[in-house]
Design a protein around this ligand. Structure first.
Ligand code: ADP
Ligand code: MG
Length: 330
């Protein structure tokens, strides 16, 4: 088990700061998800924890200890990559055993570890197979097992599910949550997918352009976004944000917070608009409502309206967010 801390960490490539003055504490034993758009610095952050590509300045601490001078192999961390990084010519067993052999772990101990970990990730029947004969999900499990045999105190996972199809991704999410519970080890999981972050994290660390935008559990991230970026990044479709016509203040509401009706309902925010598009998704329908120069996305359980129909769009006062000129929530 281990906590991780970044203290005033900067990482530059060719004099360009990709991460600047970053302070972050990652709690021991928690499932922390680093999420943000592509290029915001998530992988760079993971690589600094692993020691693969150290920081330019500042310190990275593991369990309170500065690890700047500690080699990657000695940090007690294991990384799981998006492209699995498994050896195609080796059997599943050889792949999982590889790191142990390198570390001169005795054969008996190797066999015991490989078998118990394969059982944990559901690979027992596949130990003698070559990776090419496995499904994407099974290959991902081999990559996980390879990390697990190292018995690390921190798991670092860089978009490990992004090569899987949608259905398998959902299943593997649940498996990873269960694995985390079982192991009780610190997980630092990187993704650009806010749905993954929301469904898996104890704590979400939301990043943009090398800066932390907000750090919070998923429900707080959703109910109390600290700024416009957080408000728009979390939730599908994104929060509707528009200007008030007053100074630089903007208001916003989530697509699921609005009510559409034929008659006005007397809510705080009430406009009469026109349905511009309608997308029926099965359990819900997403409408685009146009009003003057604005358009708002609205998510409804019912599917009562048709394109070109006039509707009242209303939002209760306690469902409206306000953002200042600096983008921060007021
Ligand atoms: P993410 O994982 O969030 O998509 P990365 O951490 O991979 O983002 O990259 C953050 C930024 O740093 C990007 O602008 C990327 O181009 C840049 N970067 C990453 N690695 C290098 C490198 N080795 N050399 C130069 N620039 C890099
Ligand atoms: Mg990345």
């Amino acid at each position: 088990m281990a906590s991780i801390e970044f203290v005033k960490v900067t990482k530059s490539f060719d004099k360009h700061d990709v991460i600047k003055d970053l302070d972050l504490k990652i709690e021991d034993g928690k499932f922390t998800v680093l999420v943000g758009p592509s290029g915001c610095g998530k992988t760079t952050l993971l690589r600094m924890i692993a020691g693969i590509d150290p920081q330019t300045s500042g310190s990275v601490l593991i369990n309170g200890k500065d690890v700047t001078k500690i080699a990657p192999g000695q940090r007690g961390v294991a990384m799981v990559f998006q492209n699995y990084a498994i050896y195609p010519t080796m059997s599943v067993r050889e792949n999982i055993e590889f790191g142990l052999k390198n570390n001169k772990v005795p054969k008996e101990e190797r066999t015991r570890l490989v078998e118990s970990i394969s059982a944990t990730v559901g690979l027992s029947e596949y130990l003698d197979r070559k990776p090419s004969t496995l499904s994407g999900g099974q290959r991902q499990r081999v990559a996980l097992a390879r990390a697990m045999v190292k018995q690390p105190s921190v798991f670092l996972m860089d978009e490990p599910l992004s090569n899987l199809d949608a259905k398998l991704r959902v299943q593997m999410r649940i498996e990873l949550i269960e694995l985390h519970k079982k192991l009780g080890t610190t997980f630092v999981y990187v993704t650009h997918d806010q749905v993954e972050a929301m469904s898996m994290a104890d704590t979400i660390v939301l990043m943009n352009k090398g800066l932390i935008q907000q750090e919070a559990p998923p429900d707080i991230m959703y109910r109390k976004p600290s700024n416009r970026f957080a408000a728009e990044f979390i939730g599908v479709p994104p929060m509707n944000i528009d200007d008030l016509g007053v100074e630089d203040i903007r208001f916003g509401f989530r697509p699921e917070s609005a009510v559409l009706s034929k008659e006005p309902g007397g809510q705080h925010f009430s406009i009469r608009g026109v349905i511009a598009t309608r997308e029926m998704l099965g359990s819900e329908t997403v409408y685009q409502v146009k009003y003057k120069n604005s358009s708002y996305m609205i998510k409804c359980i019912e599917d009562h309206f048709t394109v070109d129909q006039e509707v009242y769009l209303e939002v209760a006062a306690n469902k409206i967010f306000f953002f200042g000129a600096d983008g921060n929530r007021i």
